[in-house]
Structure formats: structure tokens, C-alpha cells
Write a protein that binds this ligand. Sequence first.
Ligand SMILES: [Zn+2]
Length: 227
Amino acid sequence: MQSNECPKCGGLMEMSADRRKMCCPYCMGEFVIDEREEDAFDKKNVIDPLLFDSEWDIESLRSKPNGKDFIDEFLYAVNELCKADAVKENLLKMLSKSTNSDMATQSVHSDLLSTAKAKVSSVLDPGEEVLAYQNTGLFSKGKEGTVLTDKRIITFDTKKTPFELYKDIRSLTLDIGSGIPTVKVNGEFAVRMSMLGSNYRGTGAAAALICLYALAQNPDLKKIKLC
Ligand SMILES: [Zn+2]
């Protein structure tokens, strides 16, 4: 469907929250954008073209070290859980089993999360929820790393705390070259949400969560570019 005009009454239609329908607020008409049968959509092997402009090659990612964990979790989150809240719950549940002392949430290594939270508190909005922290410096516990909130992703070190609001996100770049899946947002800010040492399902879930927050918090964002 090319036009935003309602075929019934000519009113300006709006996209539904799940982006699969156009809804007319004047005559209450609903029109499916993508005609495919829900059952025919291969949730395990397709990056949804309604939400993403993707350059990722799923099979090639699966063949890389830790790539399968990353991509399978990403696809499960965006295709089957679909909503940011569900993906958040799943991510926190997954990370709560972490034995990695560089990874913190409310339920695991919460002292480390508190340290990180204090470090970034000046950039947070009132009520903003701090979900997880990943320390990235081997000898710098709590001094540098990535903080994931429900509004932004923050990277900080001893000098600066830059952040990217989800509503400003346009692209996600995946680097898996070293065998450690790392995600960059708009070309910057590394994201590594690992668990159990070498298991990177958490990074896949975090990447999906960022995308779903971006799509939910920016109604003008049509698609996220995956590079
Ligand atoms: Zn209408």
C-alpha cells in the first residue's frame, strides 16, 4: 500500500502499533499492509522487512563463533516476543542467571549496578529505569562500561558519559569479528550484554530491545537499518 489515504473515505490513515495495519481514524477502517499469512512468516529465519532494512546474512552470522546465540535470540525477541516490555522481561530473566561478574542488573551484582547508576545519574530523566550494566574494562569495575535504560543507552569512562536516546536511533551495526558480538548504535557506542562467559544470547536480546524501544518511542521512524 503506497498511499496514506483511506481507500474508503479518503481520510489520512495512521500506522498501527505493530506496523502491520493502517488504521483510519475517520471511518475506523483497517487495512493490512503486509498480506502474508502470519503462519507463513518464517520467524526463525527472517528479519522482518516491515521493521528493518537489513544487510545481515542470517546463515553467515549463525556460522560465526557466538553468532548463532546472538542472531537466534535477536530473531526470537523481534519476531516472537515482539513488544519491548516482553523482551525486557526476557532479557532480565536471562541475565539474572549470569555468573559473569562484569554483568549487573537489579537481581545480579546489584552493587555493581548501583555504582554504574550513580555514575550516570546526571543524564537520566526522573523515573527512568536502569535495566542493566556491562563493565567493559578488565581492571575498571564500575568505572567504565555500557548502561541500558528504558530510554537510552549510555557508554561511560572516567572522562565522559555520552548517550544515545532510543528515539534518535537509525541504525545498528553488528561486529562479530573477534567472536564477541558487539553492537553499535548509529555507528557509535559498543553494546555487549553477555552472560555465562561465552554465551551471547544476552547481546542479541539487548540489541532487539534497543530496536523495539526505538520503534515504539519514535513514531516517525519507519525502519531500522541493520549493518
Ligand atoms: Zn476512512
